[in-house]
Design a protein around this ligand. Structure first.
Ligand code: FAD
Length: 804
């Protein structure tokens, strides 16, 4: 075995093999994959090999399409067959919610360039004659996907990589990882030590244990999974083409043709965690005992929906383990605090996703950037909240829902409530219906007295719709209170703080007592953060951003190497916050503070430290609703007292609570984009409109050259707010924006603007088309709706209320 390599990849399943291939393809020839047993011997060899392009996240869908298209390339390069059956896919809906979800997939697929259409049940029957159509009401057909041979595909990657100069060492187990002072690694194996610049954890079923080698606890867990292969099915004899791979949501069943029979698998509701504490070292090319008794009721549903399957015997049963993250998406990328250590694990759909993961990870390792937004599979979407106990409850929940539809208004109950703010119980008493963001409970809306604090999952307007409308009117007409504890918060202190912030952020850094809106860019000039910076003193700053992105931003700050005279720390759990918004916010707050809050004395984007009632607090004049507003931050020990003071002072004024749903509506009325939804690392300052906060005149900052180049060339597309006419349901996200029959852009978020009385969509369209009044079409749950661009905010375009 060689004694040094540029990168060592640990694990020879389909994911490790793909990472090896992609590194070699982009020119890293000196790369080595070490596998403790035979290639594929973890979860890869017994997979059903199904592949598809659909994922709730557009960028993951794109990477899945890339993966499937790649197989022809590696077959040609390696001369090794991937055993492709590009049959396409069929998805069956049994109720209105499922039908809506299929229509949403169709609307999204157009911009993604995927051939997808709603078809009749009669057409579905032609593609799969085994369906008992009485159980279904609609179907979607997609051209992409089918299945492949898991072992052949992995070997094809490995062989193609070897032909490019990469090496594979089988039967070589990694025992320890030791980092040298220069951040390179000694990879200690049972066959000797390899010195490597980078290591990649692709250890699949053992990813958790390989994480332990460097002292990290990855949020990953394996579940048992069963599929059956039937004996030959007479109905398939003599057919000229294979069955189209079929997903039955109601039955939670997938099936495909396997020779003259059918492979049928189920994601049962009470799945079994495998190896909850430690994956056995000696598990290799093994299956688990079958448990037909437990699974019989679920397969019975399959036999009912596809009766021919029940009329033949079972030829083979497979029960094998594979891994999941709590939300079912992979864990990819670098880990904060560990230089040159990368993960690509928790991949539950290796044959749909392995290629795309190899592509983005190899770019990330070579260029320092994945080349596109992959927030939804970035390992940094989880933080300390994803403890082993949390993971042990969330992974089975996700497994059980693998084929259930995730409704946009649905909140999943497992491992909740865990992270609670000090006013959690008070908000519940006020009727709060909670969601969880980065593990922290936050109010979505407030059920009024007499109404149950619960909501029917739906793609359409729910019983919460009129309640959210009332909350929006309360904010615009009077005053509302919203808890902001779930924002990401960081304290940056020290003599070098200003200079460091100046380099990391693209905005100007505010002077003491002021706040600046602060975009953060990567070297390619893409948006990696849309935060605010409040300067408390010359050497102390409070930085606030998206709560979801806390670990992502902490990793970014760490990678930006704060010098010795700068301290950066998360204050997520040591600062709680509340926002007051509405024309009477000043009237409410003034009696609680000694300072003068009048418009001239405490203007928009000012910050101060003061007492609010009993509470020592940081008080800012800012907010996200477009109304006169304040944000108040304090420590957890004072937070309930602060809340009580505000509620008492607000009672005579009719203070209302409002939640995240109302905030989405209010912000879109003002045309404000939100990080993670509208602003992500795919977009630039010019495209998002955040260029107005970029300080091009200051010295060097990360992404400056790229941002300047964009400014010179002009942005290719623009973030716009569209009014969706005659809509009876709101857009969800990623629906295609159509012009003259062509998909020209897509939606990033949507809400009903309750005060202006319009259904709103935010999204991107080509700059040339982004004119006031420009008309487009958006397919909203199967209905084509006209969508009209509004280049000015629909509410208070001059911002008079904000500055009041
Ligand atoms: C029954 C079943 C059906 C499935 N069906 C499908 C399907 O239809 N479509 C689909 O896309 N996916 C399917 N999957 C999931 C698929 O198998 C996984 O997504 C995929 O195998 C993940 O590959 P991996 O490379 O991440 O992990 P693994 O295949 O587990 O590979 C990890 C490798 O790392 C090696 N390793 C671990 N520790 C060390 C160490 N210390 N030193 C050296 N080597 C080490 C292991 O030996 C192993 O070979 C199915 C899984 C099961 C169980």
């Amino acid at each position: 075995m060689k004694s040094s390599a540029r990168a060592v990849i640990i694990g020879g399943g389909v994911v490790g093999a793909s990472v090896l291939y992609h590194l070699a393809k982009l020119g890293w020839r000196d790369v080595l994959l070490v596998e403790k047993s035979e290639l594929t011997s973890g979860s890869t060899w017994h997979a059903a090999g199904g592949m598809h392009t659909f994922n709730g996240e557009a960028n993951i869908s794109r990477l899945q399409k890339y993966t499937i298209d790649l197989y022809r390339e590696i077959e040609a390069l390696s001369g090794h067959s991937c055993g492709l059956h590009p049959n396409g896919g069929l998805m069956l809906a049994a109720n209105q919610g499922e039908l809506d979800s299929l229509r949403l997939i169709c609307s999204r697929a157009r911009y993604l360039g995927m051939e997808t259409e709603m078809i009749s049940l009669a057409q579905a029957l032609e593609l799969n004659p085994l369906i008992d159509t009485r159980h279904f009401i609609g179907a979607l057909w997609r051209a992409d996907g089918g299945h492949c041979d898991p072992s052949g595909t992995t070997q094809a990657y490995a062989k193609a990589a070897r032909l490019l100069g990469a090496e594979v060492e089988r039967f070589t187990r990694v025992l320890a990882l030791r980092q040298r002072a220069d951040a390179s690694w000694d990879v200690v194996t049972d066959k000797g030590t390899v010195h490597a610049e980078h290591v990649v954890n692709c250890a699949g079923l053992w990813a958790r244990e390989v994480g332990h080698l460097v002292g990290i606890e990855l949020p990953v867990l394996a579940m048992e999974h069963h599929y059956l292969i039937t004996e030959d099915i007479p109905e398939l004899a003599g057919r000229s083409r294979e069955l189209v791979n079929t997903t039955d949501y109601a039955g939670e069943i997938y099936l495909r043709q396997e020779r003259a029979g059918v492979l049928i698998g189920t994601y049962e509701p009470h799945g079994i965690v495998w190896a909850p504490v430690k994956t056995p070292d000696d598990f290799s090319m093994q299956l688990l005992p079958e448990d037909f008794e437990r699974l019989a009721p679920y397969f019975e549903v399959g036999f009912e929906h596809f009766p021919a399957l029940g009329r033949v015997g079972i030829r083979k049963a497979v029960n094998g383990p594979f891994t999941f993250a709590p939300d079912g998406n992979p864990l990819v990328g670098p880990v904060r605090g560990l230089r040159n250590y990368w993960v690509a694990c928790a991949v539950m759909a290796g044959f749909s996703q392995g290629g795309g993961i190899g592509l983005v990870l190899s770019r990330w390792m070579a260029d320092g950037d994945p080349g596109q937004d992959i927030l939804s599979m970035d390992v940094a979407r989880f933080g300390a909240f994803a403890t082993p106990k949390y993971v042990s409850l969330k992974v089975p929940e996700n497994y059980a829902r693998r084929f259930r539809l995730a409704y946009p208004n649905e909140e999943l109950p497992a491992a909740r409530p865990v992270r609670r703010s000090p006013i959690y119980e008070r908000l519940l008493a006020a009727g709060a219906v909670m969601g969880a963001n980065f593990g922290l409970e936050n109010a979505l809306w407030f059920a009024p007295p007499g109404m149950a604090p619960a909501e029917t999952p739906s793609y359409r307007r729910s019983e919460a719709f009129p309640v959210v409308r009332a909350e929006c009117h309360a904010v615009r007409g009077n005053v509302g209170l919203y808890e902001t504890s779930n924002y990401g918060k960081y304290e940056v202190c020290g003599r070098g703080a200003r200079a460091w912030l100046d380099r990391v952020f693209a905005s100007r850094i505010p002077r003491p007592g002021r706040i600046a809106l602060a975009p953060m860019l990567n070297e390619n000039g893409r948006i990696v953060g849309d935060l605010s910076i409040a300067c408390l003193t010359e050497e102390r700053f409070l930085v606030v951003g998206s709560g979801f992105a806390e670990e992502f931003h902490l990793r970014w700050f760490w990678a930006a190497s704060p010098p010795a005279d700068v301290q950066v720390r998360s204050v997520a759990s040591t600062l709680c916050g509340v926002s007051l918004a509405g024309p009477r916010a000043r009237e409410l707050l003034q009696p609680l503070v000694r300072m003068d809050l009048s418009a001239d004395a405490f203007r928009l984007f000012r910050v101060t430290e003061t007492a609010v009632g009993y509470t020592p607090a940081i008080l800012t004049r800012a907010g996200f609703t477009g109304e006169l507003g304040y944000e108040i931050w304090t420590t957890p020990d004072y937070f309930a007292t602060l809340y009580d003071d505000l509620v008492s002072a607000g009672a005579p004024l009719g203070l209302a609570h409002f939640g995240a749903r109302a905030l989405s509506s209010l912000r879109l009325e003002k045309g404000y984009g939100s990080f993670n939804k509208d602003f992500r690392p795919d977009y630039t300052p010019g495209e998002t409109g955040l260029d107005r906060f970029v300080d091009f005149a200051k010295g060097e900052f990360t992404g400056r050259a790229a941002a300047l180049a964009e400014r010179a060339a002009g942005a290719k597309r623009r973030f716009v707010i569209l009014e969706v006419l005659a809509a009876d349901a709101e857009v969800v996200g990623y629906e295609s924006i159509m012009k003259d029959g062509a998909a020209v852009g897509y939606v990033t978020s949507g809400a009903f603007g309750h005060v202006i009385g319009k259904s709103l969509a935010a999204g991107y369209v080509p700059s040339a088309l982004a004119r006031d009044g420009a008309r487009f079409e958006i397919d909203v749950l199967g209905e084509t709706r006209t969508a009209v661009v509004h280049s000015q905010p629909l509410y208070d375009p001059q911002g008079l209320r904000l500055r009041a």
